[in-house]
Design a binder for this molecule. Sequence first.
Ligand code: NAP
Length: 253
Amino acid sequence: MILDDFSLKGKVAVVTGANTGLGQGMCVALAQAGAKVAGVARRSCAETSELIKKDGGEFFEVIADLSDTSNAPVILEKVVEKFGRADILVNNAGIILREDAINVTEEDWNKVININLNMVFLLSQTFAKQFVKQGDGGKIVNVASMTSYQGGIRIPAYTSSKSAVLGLTRALANEWASKGINVNAIAPGYMATNNTTQLRDDEKRSGEILERIPAGRWGTPKDMAGAVVFLCSKAAEYVNGFTIAVDGGWLAR
Ligand code: NAP
């Protein structure tokens, strides 16, 4: 039956940036759909763990700094040691640094590109090798952005990284679809998390943004639930290389 295809029972899902925001919301959703969830973060995921465990779900915390790309195989190793396998990777962790393009330093540029793009590729590659070894496919979901389609303002490295995530999603999907690995992405619109605190604190920008969102509100971590469970499930078996917007209609304007 169709709803059975959305179940993630028996699957092991790994979500980066699991301690807060959209990552936390997606961890909870994947656990509610039946997956055992490993959350990667550089600080405690106690809140996420509590949210999942109170619903009877299983959560495992992997503390790792994603700015150190040598951590990609270490993360996989810890997950496999705990759960014996991995089926789903959600590349959610990301940073944004706001500065006029004319003043952005090379160091800050590299910081953003390293976490938002380099680590997304290296983790995807590391997990894809594991999926191939296991022999029954896998799901990778990247977190893109409205800046995968638009330029944004004062965030040149972020826009470049998220535009590249959209392209990388297509490129990996093309190579790995034949191995039973689905690579897709979700492009969130304007969501109320730490990532947008600065924007929401700016009354003028915040008002302009809100006025342009057809749904008339900022998104929340819970709004990611349906899309991420779908893309990680059997129901999305023939969906490859696509980026789904969860944006309250922002891109439709
Ligand atoms: P957030 O609350 O700032 O969460 C970002 C997550 O990434 C946090 O868990 C953060 O951990 C983690 N992270 C950052 N640097 C890390 C590092 N070096 N090592 C390990 N973890 C690291 O923002 P969010 O809105 O939930 O963002 C989640 C994703 O959605 C990001 O890729 C973001 O670009 C994307 N996105 C957000 C929006 C939005 O409107 N909020 C829109 C489009 C796309 P710490 O708490 O330790 O920093």
